[in-house]
Design a protein around this ligand. Structure first.
Ligand SMILES: NC(=O)c1ccc[n+]([C@@H]2O[C@H](COP(=O)([O-])OP(=O)(O)OC[C@H]3O[C@@H](n4cnc5c(N)ncnc54)[C@H](OP(=O)(O)O)[C@@H]3O)[C@@H](O)[C@H]2O)c1
Length: 242
């Protein structure tokens, strides 16, 4: 059985990915706070920004996964948050902590556990990290988000560097999905221009119907994955493949 564990499978890009892989006969497990209307997907309710819940939930999930005959196993680190959009001095300590935890620390912890817990498995093993153009381009008002995604890209590189030395190691990929029509974009468009000087660009993209749909992004990621077009250690931009 092909297994996919995805964070943030309850809505947006994560939901579309969970549904796409489930439609291709993957056994899909989604970790998110809310439980939504998803068919053939095991949903686990967990706040991934609360460190105490993380390890216990993941270990319990692996107990269940280990009952299957596994032919491949993937982890998609997708859950993410922008936090409050404004210049750094206007962001609270709590908000900074929460965004770095969800966007960077949680993927590091889950990747660490994933590598450890799949060591005995001699099947295809991979981690796909959902990054952002914000990892390589600064946006005033997004300092935490940009920083967290840049760190995620380095994690993608580092895991590949470590695992290529390991027999049957874990592959590590990153993807920038482009600008996608999800709640995250809603949040961006609802920001005050005084907090986000690029606001108009994102309003225009929506007005001109230039946002990708989550389904399009999920189909493209699945295709790249299936055709083995992703490059170990690298973060690719989906727009280069469409
Ligand atoms: N949309 C874009 O234009 C865009 C562009 C570049 C990169 N991305 C990246 O793509 C990924 C998905 O974004 P999206 O646009 O689909 O966002 P979204 O619609 O806001 O969905 C975010 C997902 O993350 C989950 N999540 C958020 N906080 C969580 C927490 N504390 N614990 C567990 N799950 C949590 C949410 O589930 P619950 O609310 O149920 O917990 C939801 O499933 C993110 O990493 C984002 O940075 C998006």
């Amino acid at each position: 059985m092909n297994i996919l564990i995805i964070t943030g499978g309850s809505k947006g890009i994560g939901k579309a990915l969970a549904e796409k892989y489930a439609s291709q006969n993957y056994k899909v497990y989604s970790l998110a706070r809310s439980i939504t209307d998803l068919q053939n997907i095991t949903q686990i309710s967990v706040d991934l920004s609360i460190i105490e819940q993380l390890e216990k939930t993941f270990l319990r999930l692996f107990d269940e996964i280990n009952n299957n005959k596994i032919s491949s196993i993937s982890l998609i680190n997708n859950a993410g948050r922008l936090g409050k959009i404004s210049n750094l001095e206007n962001i609270t300590t709590k908000d900074i902590f929460k965004s770095i935890q969800l966007n960077t620390t949680t993927p590091l912890i889950l990747a660490s556990l994933f590598i450890k817990l799949t060591k005995r498995l001699h099947v295809k093993k991979q981690i796909i990290n959902i990054s952002s153009g914000a990892a390589i381009k600064p946006y005033a008002g997004w300092s935490i988000y940009c920083t967290s995604k840049a760190a995620l890209d380095m994690m993608t590189k580092n895991i590949a560097e470590e695992q290529k030395e390991v027999k049957n190691g874990v592959l590590s990929f990153g993807i920038r999905p482009g600008v996608v029509d999800t709640e995250m974009q809603n949040q961006i468009r609802n920001t005050k221009e005084t907090d986000f000087k690029n606001l108009q660009r994102f309003i225009d993209l929506k007005d001109k119907n230039e946002l990708f749909s989550s389904e399009f992004v999920a189909n493209t990621i699945y295709k790249l994955d299936r055709e083995e077009k992703l490059i170990n250690g690298e973060t690719v931009d989906l727009r280069d493949f469409v």
